[in-house]
Design a protein around this ligand. Structure first.
Ligand code: SAM
Length: 271
């Protein structure tokens, strides 16, 4: 069983944990991130995600969920630290109004894009520089729910291991492969390798696309390309597309939220 530790002051240990909340570089350097939310915590443990620490607020009486989850996490990960953090300091480890009952420090599991080998008939979702963690988390959740094989982010956008992404994904981050590509060139190389094994169709999405998303069946295996919230798809990704899908717009809005467009297009591809 892990040794019980305490954080009672503004120690260096606390600063590191605090940095995991907002600082992507620190997360990457340390290879760890915060997991918050009942469902996200439950699903991280259910999927056997590596856990480095269980953090709890000092002095609080845990609910039966918190007590059982702490015991299960420490049992499954004997090397994990068990840390009681002074309650006011613990509250600084979340950006929510109400502090959670426990937090996990998870290990960032690197999955290079080149090692992603989708199965027959798969749909892989590729998101260009998503700026909103909420949108990225929702895309992960919907991709998992509708049966996409993986989610790939491209370029500098929201970090897959940002606690807000983890929370919005409601734990789907732990259920399906998710990886970050540096730019369109890396996606093009990976796609070329996949195309040596399978006839992959690449669908871009754009409100001015050539083809109505509901016009006839779509082909799989497929890549579904989604653009940035502000400027749409980068040229380097758009150039990879065989077809550009349009979700017809009836009202005065010029485009859909990217996570909503993703849900509609992915449903059309996977139904
Ligand atoms: C908010 S939109 C980007 C709008 C931006 N003004 C542009 O130039 O494309 C973000 C992404 O959602 C998807 N999207 C939004 N509305 C869409 C629609 N009606 N049809 C297909 N895709 C759409 C596309 O992937 C788009 O790049």
């Amino acid at each position: 069983m892990a040794r019980y530790e305490r954080i009672t002051s503004e120690s260096a240990d606390l600063q590191v944990l605090e940095a995991l909340l907002h600082n992507r570089r620190k997360r990457t350097q340390r290879g760890e991130f915060l997991i918050e939310g009942v469902q996200a915590v439950n699903r991280a443990l259910a999927h056997g995600w590596p856990v480095r620490a269980v953090l709890v607020p000092a002095g609080a009486t845990p609910s039966s969920w918190a007590a059982e989850t702490t015991a299960a996490a420490l049992d499954a990960h004997p090397a994990a630290r068990h840390v009681a953090v002074r309650a006011d300091l613990f509250a600084r480890l979340t950006d929510r109004q109400e502090a959670p009952e426990l937090l996990l420090v998870g290990e960032i599991v690197g999955r290079p894009l080149a090692e992603l080998h989708p199965p027959a008939g798969a749909v892989v979702v590729v998101v260009d520089r998503p700026s909103s963690p909420g949108n990225l988390g929702t895309i992960l959740r919907t991709s998992d729910a509708l049966g996409a094989a993986a989610v790939v982010t491209v370029g500098h956008g929201a970090h897959l291991f940002d606690p807000r992404v983890v929370r919005a994904s409601v734990g789907s981050l732990f259920a399906l492969p998710a990886t970050a590509a540096s730019g369109p060139a890396e996606v093009a190389t990976w796609l070329a390798a996949w195309r040596e094994r399978a006839a992959v169709t690449v669908y871009a999405t754009d409100e001015h696309g050539d083809r109505d998303v509901l016009d006839g069946p779509l082909r799989r295996p497929a890549v579904l390309l989604l653009g940035t919230e502000r400027t749409g798809l980068a040229r380097g990704l758009r150039d990879l597309a065989d077809v550009t899908l349009r979700i017809p717009m009836a009202g005065s809005a010029s485009s859909l939220n990217v996570a909503v467009a993703h849900g509609i297009a992915l449903h059309a591809l996977t139904r």
